[in-house]
Ligand binder design. Structure first.
Ligand code: F6R
Length: 612
């Protein structure tokens, strides 16, 4: 969703800001803007639409401020309050034109604040909830920016990550957070601030993540951090470990394609050093569990949204099957609002690539509040969910830039399988079976490679069906979550209406929609219940729907009579979701490419959904 970047140093600020915004484009946005301060003057340039347009406007501005400034702020906006127009785009100026601010999050009491300001003759010009905050900061200003910011923030209900500056105090940026991430990048003679490490990475690896209610004042003297009461706070400097070029597309046409092909390496990173063959278990030190702790778990609850929730579903099946421990997956927003029953022996696992998803974070807080042990499975190091859970497993998948999640999913499943193994070994799973399972986890990258080798063949199948308006994905058992994930991938990047169903569920209604131009992707891999799914696929065929059969290598007869076939290497049922989903990712990608869609930034979508 929205992205923030700020810079104070020695180099040209507008270049660094626009480049930072470009690096956050993947998060999804519909307008962008920058503001710079130079020689006592604030210059603002905004553009509804893409960063390219903003860049052109900055270049054409001819403004001495934007060309010479070494201090500024920038923003990409994903519209919530008011359409994506220039006036609604950030940075927002106050009415006097002396204060300028960028904001992520939602100011819930903005109407009351706006009415209050209006009584003092201060009228907001945009439709946004954000603008009230800069007006309020200006109103609270009595000669010191950080005091005005803390004063204003005490009156705000909601979430914020902000960066503010004023021409009354050149050489100063003030930033603060509550519920919306802010990371500081400490460079040599320069400081960056952003909502996303991607904007900072090219300049420095030394990062400081602000906690909720922290403020930071950035000046020539460096960074000082306070809480809203002005008591100093100390936050650790961490080193960002993403490799150089990890956030670049390289020779690939899209980030999504690159990230699909990175999956073998990403999974290798996710499992590296985490398999213990001698004890036939996994070593997940971040979970902070002794075998005794693991043995005492009575139930595992997995919360997440979208793709992450689908990964959790695979984990649910594996935990119940291998460990015999009851497991449930719940959509994070539902978990939070339905007052779930939690006991002290429940173990709650929150899955989130970004570690910032608002609903998942809210579920974490609810589960902690109810006394559960909560762990996070996150990709982004230092993200809010990772920090608030305080225990968990990082994916180490590297930055995922494409909005459609691919490598995060396969790494999430790999980690869930390792959690299932760990719990199972404290229960009924014997050592030799644990060791055998370790071997299968270790083979995941190789299985994925075999599917990636079929890229051209899958592309040809995709081109056959690229003009369809509807598609169905069916599967059962471990492949039911994969059917859901396959449909999600297709709809989000190609805008084809796609539904994932349990194979048995199709004839309880959805089968009415099948016709000649509605492909059904049937997951017929060799797992328990395969024959039944073949029967369900036959039912689709009998309604004239073309069927793309996904089958296990060596079991190609399962595809007999169907229109197209994709072959997945042989592996146990709990392992097969990983190579199978890769085939569906490729299929969706090539359908979207054939339809000329904007694959990395699908319309209306944001990479990190930080509002509920
Ligand atoms: C789909 C996708 C989303 C995310 C969901 C949760 O491709 O990426 O469905 O999985 O928004 O995001 P995280 O994992 O960051 O919590």
């Amino acid at each position: 969703m929205c992205g923030i970047v700020g810079y104070f140093g020695k180099r040209n600020a507008s270049d660094i800001l626009v480049d930072g915004l470009r690096r956050m484009e993947y998060r999804g946005y519909d307008s962008a803007g920058v503001a710079c301060l130079y020689d006592g003057e604030i210059g603002v340039v905004k553009n509804p639409g893409k960063i390219k347009g903003l860049r052109e406007k900055v270049d054409a501005s001819g403004s001495g401020v934007l060309q010479n400034s070494i201090q500024g702020i920038g923003h990409t906006r994903w519209a919530t309050h008011g359409p994506p127009t220039e006036v609604n785009a950030h940075p927002h100026l106050d009415v006097s034109g002396h204060f300028v601010m960028v904001h992520n999050g939602i100011i819930e009491n903005y109407k009351q604040i706006r009415n209050g300001l209006s009584q003092h003759g201060i009228e907001c010009v945009s439709d946004t909830d954000s603008e009230v905050l800069v007006q309020l900061i200006a109103y609270c200003y009595k000669g010191n920016l950080e005091s005005a910011v803390s004063e204003a923030l005490k009156k705000v209900k909601g979430t914020y990550g902000i960066v503010v500056m004023t021409d009354k105090e050149p050489g100063k940026l003030v930033t603060a957070r509550c519920g919306s991430p802010i990371v500081l990048g400490l460079g040599k003679g320069e400081t960056l601030v952003a909502s996303d490490a991607a904007a900072i990475m090219p300049h420095t690896r030394d990062a400081v993540y602000l906690e909720d209610f922290d403020m930071a004042v950035i000046t020539d003297d460096g960074v000082q951090m306070f809480d809203l009461q002005h008591s100093p706070v100390d936050r650790e400097v961490t080193e960002m470990d993403w490799e150089e070029g990890a956030a670049e597309k390289g020779d690939y046409e899209h980030f999504m394609l690159k990230e699909m092909f990175e999956q073998p390496a990403a999974i290798r990173n996710a499992i590296r050093g985490r398999l213990d063959y001698e004890m036939g278990t996994s070593v997940l030190s971040g979970l902070d569990f002794s075998p005794r702790d693991a043995a005492l778990i009575s139930r595992i609850l997995v919360v997440g949204c979208g793709t992450s929730m689908h990964a959790g579903m695979v984990g649910e099946y594996a935990i119940e099957e291998m460990a015999g421990v009851p497991a449930e997956v719940e959509q994070a927003a539902e978990f939070r609002y339905r007052n779930p029953i939690i006991t002290p022996t429940d173990f709650v696992v929150a899955i989130s690539q970004s570690g910032e998803t608002a609903d998942t974070l809210a579920a974490v807080r609810e589960a902690k509040h109810k006394g559960a042990v909560v762990a996070g499975i996150c990709n982004v190091v230092g993200s809010t969910i990772a920090r608030e859970t305080g225990r968990g497993v990082y994916l180490h998948a590297g930055p995922e830039i494409g909005v459609a999640s691919t490598k995060a999913f396969t790494c999430q499943v790999s980690v869930m399988l390792m959690i299932a193994l760990k719990v199972a070994r404290t229960r009924r799973l014997p050592l030799h079976e644990g060791a055998e399972f370790c071997r299968w986890i270790e083979r995941l990258p190789e299985l994925v490679e075999k599917v990636l080798e079929q890229n051209d063949a899958i592309k040809s199948i995709a081109q056959k069906y690229a003009s369809c308006d509807n598609a169905f994905f069916i599967g059962r058992g471990y492949l039911y979550p994969v059917a859901l994930e396959g449909a999600l991938k297709l709809k989000e990047i190609s805008y084809v209406h796609a539904e994932g169903y349990h194979a048995a569920e199709l004839k309880h209604g959805p089968i009415a929609l099948l016709q000649e131009d509605t492909p059904v992707i049937a997951l017929l891999n060799n797992i328990p219940g395969k024959e039944k799914t073949i029967g369900n696929a036959e039912e689709c065929k009998a309604r004239k729907a073309p069927v793309i059969a996904v089958v296990t290598e060596g079991d190609e007869e399962a595809a007999e009579g169907f229109d197209d076939v994709i072959v997945i290497p042989e592996c146990p049922p709990s392992i097969t979701p990983v190579p199978t989903v890769v085939a569906l990712q490729l299929l969706s990608y090539h359908i979207a490419a054939a339809r000329g869609c904007e694959i990395d930034q699908p319309r209306n979508l944001a990479k990190s959904v930080t509002v509920e």
